[in-house]
Design a protein around this ligand. Structure first.
Ligand SMILES: [Zn+2]
Length: 329
C-alpha cells in the first residue's frame, strides 16, 4: 500500500506533520487564529515550532489567556476529527465553518473555566481580539457588573467605618480663574456633622481653590485633634495635588508661584503631623454637601466655620479668612 493522500487538501501525502501543521486546510486555521490573537506569522517549520511559539502568556486577562491556551488543542482535535469524518462519513466541512465551530468550543470552555474578570477595561487590541472571539460580551458584562457596583458606591455618601471620621471637601468656580469658593464638612461614623466650613477667594485658579479647601480642612482637623480621617474629593486636580505633595515632588523655588509654594508647604506640614489621613476620589453626587458649601462661599462671598466643639472661627483662622487670597502670579 502506497502513501495515503491527505483528506483535507486532497493534494499532498498524509503525515502527522502535514495534517496538523502544513496542510493548506490546517495552515489556514493556524494563521486565522494567529491573526485573531494578533501574533506575528508563525514558524511553519513543524508542529513543535507552532506549539512552542504558542506557549507564552498572551495577556493580563485570564479570559484571553484561557482562549489562547485552549486554541491549539481545539485546532488539532478538530482537524483530526475532520479528517476522520471525511474518511468514514464522507462529509466535508469548510475551514471557515470549522473555525466557527472552534470559536464556539473555545467560548464555551472559557466561559465555564474563567475565575476572574479583569478590573481594568481591555485595551483596544484586547477588545479587538475579544470581539473576534465573540467574547467581548462576557468580559464587558463582567466589567459592567463590577463597575456598576463601584460606581454605585461612589455615587452616594456613606458614613466612614467605625472609629473613623470622614471629611468631604470641594471647590467651586464659575470660570478659571474667577471668583471661586470652597467648602467642606467633617462627619463621624453616625453621619453627625462635627464641623462645616465655606469661604470665597479672590481670583484664583481651580488648582489654588482645591488646595485652599484642603489646607482649611487639614487645619481644622488639626485643631480638632482628629485622627483616622478619610478625606473625600470629587476633583481629580485635588487628588493629583495631594499625590505631588505626599511624594514631595512640589517645585521648591519658583519665585513667580510663591503663593502656591507656600500653600504646598503648609499642606505638607499638616500632612506630616496628621498621620492617619487618607484620600479618596468620589463622584460629585457623593460630595453634595461639600459642593453646596463651596457654592455658598462663592455666591454669598462669605467665609464661615461652624463647629459643635467651640465658638468659631478661632482667631488663628480668622486671619486666613480676612486675607483675600490672590492669584498665584
Ligand atoms: Zn493536506
Amino acid at each position: 500500500m502506497g502513501p495515503s493522500r491527505c483528506q483535507l487538501c486532497e493534494a499532498q501525502e498524509e503525515t502527522m506533520e502535514h495534517i496538523l501543521n502544513n496542510c493548506t486546510y490546517t495552515s489556514w486555521l493556524w494563521d486565522s487564529f494567529n491573526s485573531i490573537f494578533q501574533q506575528t506569522n508563525r514558524d511553519k517549520g513543524s508542529i513543535i515550532n507552532t506549539l512552542n511559539k504558542w506557549r507564552k502568556n498572551f495577556s493580563e486577562y485570564e479570559i484571553l489567556n484561557l482562549a489562547w491556551t485552549f486554541t491549539p488543542s481545539f485546532i488539532i482535535w478538530n482537524a483530526w476529527k475532520e479528517r476522520n469524518k471525511r474518511i468514514f462519513k464522507d462529509e466535508k466541512t469548510t475551514p471557515l465553518c470549522l473555525m466557527e465551530l472552534i470559536l464556539k468550543q473555545i467560548k464555551e470552555t472559557v466561559s465555564t473555566t474563567v475565575h476572574s474578570y479583569p478590573s481594568n477595561p481591555p485595551t483596544v487590541l484586547e477588545l479587538r481580539t475579544l470581539k473576534q472571539l465573540s467574547m467581548h460580551e462576557i468580559i464587558l458584562n463582567g466589567l459592567s457588573k463590577k463597575e456598576k457596583m463601584l460606581e454605585k458606591e461612589k455615587e452616594s455618601w456613606h458614613p466612614p467605618p467605625k472609629g473613623y471620621l470622614k471629611c468631604n471637601i470641594d471647590g467651586a468656580s464659575k470660570s478659571n480663574p474667577g471668583i471661586p469658593g470652597y467648602g467642606g464638612v467633617l462627619r463621624d461614623e453616625d453621619g453627625k456633622i462635627i464641623f462645616t466650613f465655606h469661604c470665597h477667594l479672590g481670583q484664583a485658579t481651580n488648582k489654588m481653590v482645591e488646595l485652599m479647601a484642603l489646607e482649611q480642612c487639614l487645619e481644622l482637623l488639626k485643631l480638632n485633634h482628629s485622627s483616622n480621617v478619610l478625606i473625600e474629593v470629587d476633583s481629580q486636580i485635588a487628588i493629583n495635588e495631594v499625590k505631588k505633595i505626599s511624594y514631595g515632588t512640589v517645585p521648591k523655588r519658583v519665585s513667580k508661584q510663591w503663593r502656591l509654594i507656600q500653600v504646598y508647604q503648609r499642606i505638607q506640614k499638616h500632612l506630616q503631623s496628621l498621620r492617619t489621613v487618607s484620600f479618596n476620589h468620589v463622584w460629585r453626587k457623593a460630595n453634595k454637601l461639600a459642593d453646596l458649601l463651596a457654592n455658598q462661599g462663592m455666591i454669598n462671598l462669605e467665609c464661615k466655620i461652624e463647629m459643635k466643639w467651640q465658638e468659631m472661627p478661632p482667631s488663628r483662622l480668622k486671619s486666613l479668612y480676612d486675607t483675600q487670597a490672590t492669584e498665584e502670579k
